[in-house]
Design a protein around this ligand. Sequence first.
Ligand code: WTA
Length: 638
Amino acid sequence: MNFQINSFEEYQDAYKKSVENPEQFWGEIADHFFWKRKWNNVLNWNFTEPNIKWFEGGKLNITENCLDRHIYQNGDTPAIIWEPNDPTEAHRILTYKQLLAKVEQFANVLKNNNVRKGDRVCIYLPMVPELVIAILACARIGAIHSVVFGGFSAQSIADRINDAECKLVITADGGFRGPKVLELKSIVDDALMQCKSVEKVIVLTRSRTPVSMIKGRDVWWEDEIKKVETQDNPPCPAEEMDSEDPLFVLYTSGSTGKPKGVVHTTAGYMVYTGYTFSNVFQYQPGEVYFCTADIGWITGHSYIVYGPLSQGATSLMFEGVPTYPDAGRFWDIVEKYKVNILYTAPTAIRSLMAFGDSFIEGKDLSSLKKLGSVGEPINKEAWEWYHEKIGRGKAPITDTWWQTENGGILIAPLPGITPTIPSYAMLPLPGVQPCLMDENGNELEGNDVSGNLCIKFPWPGMLRTTWGDHERCRQTYFTAYKNMYFTGDGCYRSPEGYYRITGRVDDVLNVSGHRIGTAELENAINMHSDVVESAIVGYPHPVKGQGIYAYVIANHHIDAEGTRKDILQTVTRLIGAIAKPDIIQFVTDLPKTRSGKIMRRILRKIAEGELSSLGDTTTLQDPTVVEKIIEGAEKLRK
Ligand code: WTA
């Protein structure tokens, strides 16, 4: 599909055009997709409400773009290659033809179970092909999917189901993750005790973990498929959707207590993920592309499912973890399928690096042509290891910066075309207008400056709202700086004009590439009956990027070890194991200003062990608190 940039000059031309004439630019790109009816208006926007509409008046279905339109010429091309958790189990390949048939079939199952256009469907499945099938089946009939990552707890699922008022849940009996079995159905059962909106649960057989099926509510995936098969497996026509009809909701953590449902709509998201997939990975027909993310996160939505499939690519999905059965698993997969493009996260790279090079030795990685990184800043050492050991010094690395709210990649090198520097995301993609702002709301012009990263102009893949609460969307992203989208990230622009993301400037942590809101985590910890108050900060962690440091005031000090374990358990129950603090320090008081605000800056410095730069502590209610905390921190370190 012919919007791929082939040279630096083409990049510059495209960029210039996208800024000078964005409507013409995006209109021409959108022409490369299949529309049931063409749009009237490319763009209509303001950032004050905000009100953002792309391709208004257009009618389409994203699954026709991801499936049907590839059938005639590329029907036998593998769409999904699935590698199971256990390397001795058989892998699966679904061609475009087969995937379309399965999507239509399951879309009919959804209809049989009373799911209609606009209904919300919660998907809580392991990384199996049925996850992709379920997602696309929702999109086929215009139902809005809300995928919940398999590592979230029952409480988190319940919160997400209730917020979006999901009507149906799709899950599995259990899921395999490395040596563990996750009891997904049982977790869903716990969640549903609190969810009134759910009428039906469809359960896929995966792990053969015993489950209890509730009469009238729970049905087996396989039985439901049989019912539509006996109707001669009729096709399921694609529902005609408006460009701005919601495609999905995906919950993400922010600086306030409750995760928010980021809403992406149909046409803009499709155009943006397709365009960026093709360009950022320089995808060529026949290449095997392997993104190691979980589909429960935005990276999986955009760059395992929608982006690659809309471009007719072969997308490899992996059920397991990088270290099972050993730390060479990724490299075995690369060798087995002759993977050409690998897209993974710095945390995975750092952890594999720590296992040593013996797991790479003897593996044939010569198929790898392009490498990608996503989710958090990649440090120079990890970048170089990735480049040398995995890319054999040849495969260029694209360090892709973006967010759940962005829908797709915003700043990244085009491998082999634009320059790369370790730890830099480099240049904005066409259509993306980044700017750096100082604390007073002034734009920092010129180069060699650092500030808060904002985007000045809409791009098609951006969020439109947060589910059920548009005001929250406005407040979170569009009020910090007038007429701009605020990312929450800090950024440096080099003398050459290259962008380097320096990390979050708000109260959001990035732990192993996962976003954790400190307020959300504090709320969870405070639920524990022995906890009076808590404060969470991040600190540099060699593998996770950031570790979680919890300062906790507890009312029983007798059994610190026991309380610590209980707190970890509470967090696992309320959010999920991914949010468990790495360090818990019990304190008797927290450093607060006279108005009662916790001074996190000081807590951060203590957690980082940077005691020489604590800064001004004279505005504290009680400056001696700091000394006590430092003492405690030093004891913990020993
Ligand atoms: C961080 C993931 C540095 C950033 C796609 C952002 C990055 C947050 C990079 C979004 C990168 C993502 N370099 N930092 N290449 N990519 N981030 O919503 O802080 O899970 O705001 O989206 O991850 O995380 P999210």
